[in-house]
Design a protein around this ligand. Structure first.
Ligand code: NAD
Length: 426
């Protein structure tokens, strides 16, 4: 799209992702009357670490990759945040995601600071052996930062339990003993937690249920659309369908799939697993991602990537409720449009906090070398998320702001308080 064809709103959206997060922070800081010193302290990332590292490819050649690990703030505890493998990963994006992690951990009251990491790579273009080499070398490169009491990575886009197992093994080999607490989202047999794989999607469905109560909606009567069919999107689709709602549309990188009578989510998960994506899934009407976001539905769950709901498409959204499974799917301009349309939006730092909450449980279990049952994990998750939802609603009402700003105000107040009582070193 050339500059001339863009509307002013679209041009406004051309800021970087980190600028967008700082803007969200600034808005909340303004509303809560946050002290200027604290604004300066919290609007930057404490540590930004970029590495360029070689990986030996299967054909014998050496390819260089760029990766990052960023810690936004570690005032409330060790840094925590996922590792992403994606061609669009860059330092600005990782900084934004790290700052969101700080707020997310504070919103649900778990004792971590915010971090994020990523490598600029399309993992689909790598063999399993190359992926392992890349993961092990990246882990070694960021080894100065990570550790069970320093900074604890987890899976994010295009990374999974296998990647976490390689990270855990690499770190453990360097230490000379097994260190299961260095990453979360590990396979169960290596100290992973029951319920971790489903935790983010499950938490999002808890938040959809809580929001339905506020809105006086009966969850089983709702039609749902989910963008993204990976870890978060597929689990959210499955659990919300199990709760009785009708999932009418889903999408992944191959496009959108629509059936007004309801999609068979279990069959789609099986199909996607065996084919690598939903491409050519037969039991649905094919639509584009833009058409998916504009489908007639009650609940929309964006669970793919950031920047999906913008000034260009927000007007077309017909849902009553948006539950942000992904990080940063909505730009501030789209936020304003949704507020104007009276759409109730449960923000990312609350809606997708189930993942980091169960990661916290996994870390606690690793430190204690004692495993909880899935029922314990799920019921503690529900308790934490429902409590955080109630606190967010109360904060939004008290300050007369959106749930996003309400959640940010709660989080910023906790992080600022930790910084104040700890004081400035030296
Ligand atoms: P994933 O890699 O498992 O899945 C991503 C999905 O999005 C895939 O189905 C992919 O095909 C799809 N996708 C990619 N580009 C798309 C596009 N343009 N349109 C539609 N679909 C597209 O990743 P994930 O772990 O499910 O993460 C999804 C989002 O949730 C990210 O924003 C991530 O940061 C966030 N998140 C993940 C976790 C977690 O525990 N995994 C926790 C909190 C937040």
């Amino acid at each position: 799209m050339s500059i001339e064809t863009k509307t002013p709103a679209e041009r406004m959206e051309e800021r970087s992702l980190f600028q967008m997060v700082v803007e969200q922070f600034g808005d909340a800081a303004e509303r809560m009357g946050l002290d200027e010193n604290m604004r300066r302290l919290l609007s930057v990332c404490q540590r930004q670490y970029t590495v360029n590292f070689p990986v030996q490819m299967d054909d014998g050649s050496i390819r260089m990759f760029e990766g990052h690990r960023v810690q936004h703030n570690i005032g409330r505890g060790p840094a925590k945040g996922g590792i992403r493998y994606h061609p669009q990963v860059n330092l600005d994006e990782v900084k934004a995601l790290a700052m969101w992690m700080t707020w997310k951990c504070a919103v649900v009251g778990i004792p971590f600071g915010g971090a994020k990491g990523g490598v600029t790579v399309d993992p689909k273009g790598l063999s399993i052996h190359e992926l392992e080499n890349l993961t092990r070398r990246f882990t070694a490169e960021i080894g100065v930062l990570i550790g069970p009491h320093k900074d604890i990575p987890a899976p994010d886009v295009n990374t999974n339990a296998q990647v976490m197992a390689w990270m855990m093994d690499t770190y453990s080999m360097q230490m000379g003993y097994s260190v299961p607490g260095v990453v979360t989202g590990k396979p169960l047999n290596l100290g992973g937690s029951e319920g971790r794989v489903e935790a983010t999607g499950r938490g999002a469905v808890f938040m959809a249920a809580a929001a339905c109560k506020v809105l006086g909606l009966n969850l089983p009567d709702q039609r749902v659309v989910v963008q993204g069919f990976g870890n978060v999107g597929s689990v959210a689709s499955k659990l919300i369908a199990e709760a009785g709602a009708t999932v009418v549309g889903v999408s992944d990188v191959s496009g959108g799939y629509y059936n007004p009578k309801g999609l068979d989510i279990a069959a789609m998960i099986r199909y996607s697993r065996s084919n690598g994506s939903l491409e050519d899934y037969p039991e649905a009407q094919r639509i584009s991602n833009d058409e998916l976001l504009a489908l007639p539905c009650d609940i929309l769950i964006p669970a793919a990537l950031e920047g999906q709901l913008t000034a260009a498409n927000a007007d077309a959204v017909r849902a009553k409720l948006i539950v942000e499974g992904a990080n940063g799917p909505t730009t501030p301009e789209a936020d304003k449009i949704f507020e104007g349309k009276g759409i109730y939006l449960v923000p990312d730092i609350l809606a997708n906090a189930g993942g980091v909450t169960v990661s916290y449980f996994e870390w606690v279990q690793a430190l204690q070398a004692f495993a909880w049952t899935e029922q314990e994990v799920n019921s503690r998750l529900r308790y934490i998320m429902d409590k955080a939802f109630a606190a967010t609603v109360a904060s939004a009402e008290r300050h007369n702001v959106s749930l996003r700003t309400g959640a940010l105000i709660t989080a910023i107040a906790l992080v600022a308080d930790a910084a104040t009582v700890r004081g400035i070193y030296p």
